[in-house]
Design a protein around this ligand. Structure first.
Ligand SMILES: *[C@@H]1O[C@H](CO)[C@@H](O)[C@H](O)[C@H]1NC(C)=O
Ligand SMILES: *[C@@H]1O[C@H](CO)[C@@H](O)[C@H](O)[C@H]1NC(C)=O
Ligand SMILES: *[C@@H]1O[C@H](CO)[C@@H](O)[C@H](O)[C@H]1NC(C)=O
Ligand SMILES: *[C@@H]1O[C@H](CO)[C@@H](O)[C@H](O)[C@H]1NC(C)=O
Ligand SMILES: *[C@@H]1O[C@H](CO)[C@@H](O)[C@H](O)[C@H]1NC(C)=O
Ligand SMILES: *[C@@H]1O[C@H](CO)[C@@H](O)[C@H](O)[C@H]1NC(C)=O
Length: 367
């Protein structure tokens, strides 16, 4: 069997597990999902996010139309759920978990969309890692972007720089404008980013291919709170003067990194100091940085921290920027021409004890 045939079989298996859930409850309106919108949705999932997603679509249309849409997604090997957006039917969003594979499509032209947006917001679903594509037909208004209108819809929602909310404004029959929105903090106004265009022939053309973390580097002086670990009181006097580099080295490096990060984000950072990175006590409470993060007293840990089994469940880590390795350190052997160099690092007694211990351990394990 050649590779192509095998791949086709794999695709058939994948297509086999695609599922449809069309909540066919009474609806009074219909907003068609035509070929253009279908292709747009497919292109956005494939091009903008470079990953396999399961598509959850909140739409209002006829059952035929939704069936066609579902068939289209199945043909393109997309796992999907299609939900009817209707005033008579209130969706419960409790079943949606935050996941890296969630891609939501939302039709803003449905009459019940406003209520659902508020519910989505209350559930915190706009935050990372969910991705949203908001569809809006603005062929009739014929204005390029009506920011007032969009601010009325999204003005009060918690769409922060970590979110991925793209608005697809259909400005012509075969052309769609892509905008991205976020607000730097709760008091700031909505920021609009012009992401580019989509059209039938050329697909998506982005103005800027950088990911959000690179594009959104201005949080408008919203102060951040961080924590650093001090194990020696004198560290307080030497954060930035490069003295006593060996004392609390990790904290001092983290402090400098955090300051740099804050400067890059157009903000300042307020440090609190703690003696511990964060360990779980037998009664289940945490201390140190981890406790601060859990209790929302700090926004980020300003010190590098080991990834441990317990911590993984309660905090999230950014990428590793300091490589760490395990090393065995021993005394440098005196140079010798007469004896075996490899036995010199340790005294004879240490070698004997090590051998005995290893044999003993081996016997215990064997029994
Ligand atoms: C669904 O697809 C079929 C065949 O592709 C087409 O004939 C039909 O008009 C479509 N229905 C809708 C509502 O788009
Ligand atoms: C923009 O939207 C607002 C609110 O929906 C509307 O009142 C206004 O007329 C629109 N402006 C334009 C230029 O279409
Ligand atoms: C946003 O919130 C403000 C204050 O809470 C309120 O006056 C305003 O009507 C809200 N806007 C929308 C579009 O919900
Ligand atoms: C940083 O934020 C302040 C306060 O919002 C703003 O006035 C200033 O223009 C921003 N600086 C840059 C470089 O964007
Ligand atoms: C920094 O944190 C300290 C202690 O929590 C607080 O007293 C101080 O007002 C904060 N400073 C700023 C600028 O937020
Ligand atoms: C849990 O244990 C820590 C120290 O081991 C202690 O400080 C804390 O008060 C305890 N919390 C409760 C709720 O018992």
């Amino acid at each position: 069997m050649n590779i192509k045939a095998r791949r086709n079989i794999m695709k058939m298996v994948v297509a086999g597990v695609l599922y449809i859930l069309i909540c066919n409850v009474g609806y009074g309106e219909s907003h068609e999902i035509d070929e253009i919108v279908r292709n747009l949705i497919l292109d956005v999932t494939n091009t903008m996010y470079h990953a396999r997603f399961s598509v959850t679509a909140f739409l209002c249309s006829t059952t035929d139309d939704l069936n066609n849409f579902s068939e289209f997604l199945s043909k393109n090997y997309k796992l999907h759920t299609i939900l009817m957006l209707s005033k008579d039917y209130f969706l419960t969003l409790n079943d949606f978990e935050l996941s890296h594979t969630n891609f939501y499509v939302f039709d803003l032209d449905c009459s019940a969309s406003h209520e659902l947006l508020i519910e989505v917001n209350e559930k915190g679903m706009f935050s990372a890692p969910g991705k949203w594509l908001m569809l809006q037909d603005s062929r009739l208004s014929r204005t390029s972007i009506n920011e007032t209108h969009l601010k009325n819809i999204f003005g009060n929602l918690s769409i922060f720089p970590d979110s991925e909310v793209t608005i697809a404004l259909r400005i012509e029959d075969t052309a769609v404008k892509l905008l991205s929105i976020y607000r730097p903090n709760l008091i700031a106004d909505l920021t609009f980013e012009d992401r580019g265009m989509w059209n039938q022939e050329k697909g998506i053309q982005l103005q800027n291919n950088d990911e959000s973390s690179r594009r959104r580097t201005n949080i408008m002086q919203l102060p951040l709170r961080a924590a650093a670990v001090i194990t020696h009181p004198n560290t307080m006097n030497h954060w930035e003067d490069c003295q006593e580099k060996r004392v609390d080295a990790v904290s001092k490096v983290g402090y400098a990194f955090t300051k740099l990060l804050a400067a890059r984000m157009n903000t300042t950072v307020n440090f609190t100091f703690t003696p511990s990175w964060g360990y779980k006590s037998p009664n289940g409470t945490w201390d140190g940085i981890v406790a601060g993060l859990i209790r929302d007293e700090i926004d980020l840990g300003g010190t590098g921290m080991f990834i441990t089994e317990h911590r993984i469940g309660v905090i999230s880590y950014i990428n590793l920027y300091t490589p760490s390795r395990v090393r065995f350190v021993f005394r440098r052997p005196p140079l010798s021409y007469v004896s075996n160099l490899f036995v010199l690092p340790f005294a004879r007694n240490v070698w004997i004890a090590t051998t005995l211990f290893c044999s003993f351990g081996y016997i215990i394990l064997y029994l």
